[in-house]
Every structure is written in structure tokens, then in C-alpha cells.
Write a protein that binds this ligand. Structure first.
Ligand SMILES: Nc1ncnc2c1ncn2[C@@H]1O[C@H](COP(=O)(O)OP(=O)(O)OP(=O)(O)O)[C@@H](O)[C@H]1O
Ligand SMILES: [Mg+2]
Length: 234
């Protein structure tokens, strides 16, 4: 699903990504961990075609990032730190708007179902600007999957969610996985990473420091490996 070769990203004089090589198979659920400033969000933004790499090659589903960014955009759902929602719009209006951008059929019914799935049926027509952080995040999750993406890119998706919303999000990710979707999730939440991911990638100083498979309930292994790589890093 994703092939990355010798990827670098330089901003001003700073080398943020320093030669990333990575291959992710269709259907994998992968967590990207690493200290603040390691380059995790930058890597996700490159894959989401929001920023251009300085050098290297990125292929998604066989499409070259440089040549076929429109094809790539269609097959992915991206949930960034910021929600990408229009705050004067309701959840329904936001989802219908984004769904129409992607040419989703039966978009209104689909939007209503997704809003129900994330537990916001009572707030279907309330402007998002009145929402709490967690309610915004729930709406943003629904928005990211309105077009049934094959690839989900999630940047710290669990942040700000209550227990109920964490279960909803995990169910969303696992049900997308059951349909064959691939998920790449940047997180600082080891527990959730161990709970739903089958592979862990640790990024440090813009490079892949570790890459290993994980089974459910291997939180200890994850913590141990993380500390091995990041000891002494703030
Ligand atoms: N547009 C930019 N111009 C200059 N430096 C940037 C730019 N974007 C990111 N950086 C720098 O690149 C480094 C990596 O940033 P990035 O947001 O990818 O980190 P991160 O691993 O997601 O961290 P966090 O865990 O804090 O979210 C940081 O030092 C950041 O200051
Ligand atoms: Mg980040």
C-alpha cells in the first residue's frame, strides 16, 4: 500500500526527515511512535500529499506521490491535529460538504449514519463552533471516513477523547481494517497502540529507529523498546 524510499524533508536549514525507508502492506494497522519533534506529523503530511518531500520516492497503491497526487487524495482519509471542520457548519453540513468533494453517493444518509456511529445524533444540526474538544474530534473522525478511504492517516487521534469516544474510534479503525483498509496512526498513547495496531514504527530524529510487529496485550514490549530508543531524549 505504501512504499517509501530514501525520503527526506528539509525546512529552511533543518533536515526534518533524514532518509526514511518504509514499506506498509495493505490491511496493516501501524502506529508511529516517537518523541516530540521527531518528524512523525511531517511524515504523515508528506504521505497525505500536503507537503512535498525534498528528495526520495513515495508510492501509494502504485501511484507516485509526485505525479498522481489527485489519485492518492481520493483513496485516503486524513485526520490531522486540527480538525479541518468548518466551525459555522453542523456535523451534517460538514460531512455532506466533504462527501460531495469526494463524489460520495447517498451522502446525506451516510453522513447521518456516521454521526450516529460517533455518538452525536443529538447534535446533528448544531454548529461545530459550540462543540467541546472531544465532540469536535468525534465529528472529525466521521469526516475522515465519509468516502470509505482505503488508507487512513491519523495524527494523535485519541487525544482529547473520553473512554466512550476511544472505543468508538477503535471500532472505526478495526471495522475499516476488516474491510481491508490500511491505517497509519501517529500516537503518544502506547496503550491504544498496543490495543489496535499490529505493527509499531519508532521515529527518532527523522529516521526509523525501530520497526516491529506486535500482538495485542504486548504493551510491556512496546514500552521497553520505546525506552531503549529514546532514553536521554526529552
Ligand atoms: N514548516 C516547518 N518549518 C520549519 N520547521 C518545521 C516545519 N514543520 C515542522 N518543523 C520542525 O520539524 C520537526 C518535526 O516536526 P513534527 O511536527 O513532524 O514532529 P512530531 O514528531 O509530529 O512531534 P509531536 O510529537 O510534538 O507532534 C520539529 O522540530 C519542527 O519544529
Ligand atoms: Mg506531531
Amino acid at each position: 500500500m505504501i512504499q517509501i524510499k530514501k525520503l527526506t524533508k528539509q525546512a529552511d536549514t533543518k533536515l526534518i526527515l533524514r532518509g526514511i525507508d518504509l514499506s506498509i502492506e495493505k490491511g496493516e494497522t501501524v502506529a508511529i511512535l516517537g518523541p516530540n519533534g521527531a518528524g512523525k506529523s511531517t511524515l504523515l503530511k508528506v504521505i497525505a500529499t500536503l507537503i512535498k518531500p525534498s528528495s526520495g520516492e513515495v508510492k501509494i497503491n502504485g501511484f507516485d506521490l509526485k505525479k498522481n497526487s489527485q489519485d492518492i487524495k481520493k483513496l485516503m482519509g486524513y485526520l490531522p491535529h486540527s480538525s479541518l471542520l468548518y466551525e459555522h457548519y453542523s456535523p451534517l453540513e460538514n460531512l455532506v460538504f466533504f462527501g460531495n468533494l469526494y463524489g460520495v453517493k447517498g451522502v446525506e444518509e451516510k453522513a447521518i449514519k456516521l454521526i450516529k456511529d460517533v455518538g452525536l445524533s443529538f447534535f446533528l444540526k448544531e454548529p461545530v463552533k459550540n462543540f467541546s474538544r472531544g465532540m469536535i474530534q468525534r465529528t472529525a473522525i466521521a469526516r475522515a471516513i465519509i468516502h470509505d478511504p482505503e488508507l487512513l492517516l491519523l495524527d494523535e487521534p485519541h487525544t482529547g477523547l473520553d473512554q466512550g469516544a476511544i472505543s468508538i474510534l477503535n471500532d472505526v479503525i478495526l471495522s475499516m481494517k476488516a474491510k481491508g483498509a490500511t491505517t497509519l496512526m501517529v500516537t503518544h498513547d502506547f496503550k491504544q497502540a498496543a490495543e489496535i495496531c499490529d505493527r509499531i514504527i519508532i521515529i527518532k530524529n527523522g529516521q526509523v529507529a525501530d520497526d516491529f510487529k506486535i500482538d495485542k496485550n504486548q504493551l510491556d514490549l512496546l514500552t521497553e523498546k520505546y525506552l531503549q530508543h529514546t532514553e536521554g531524549v526529552a
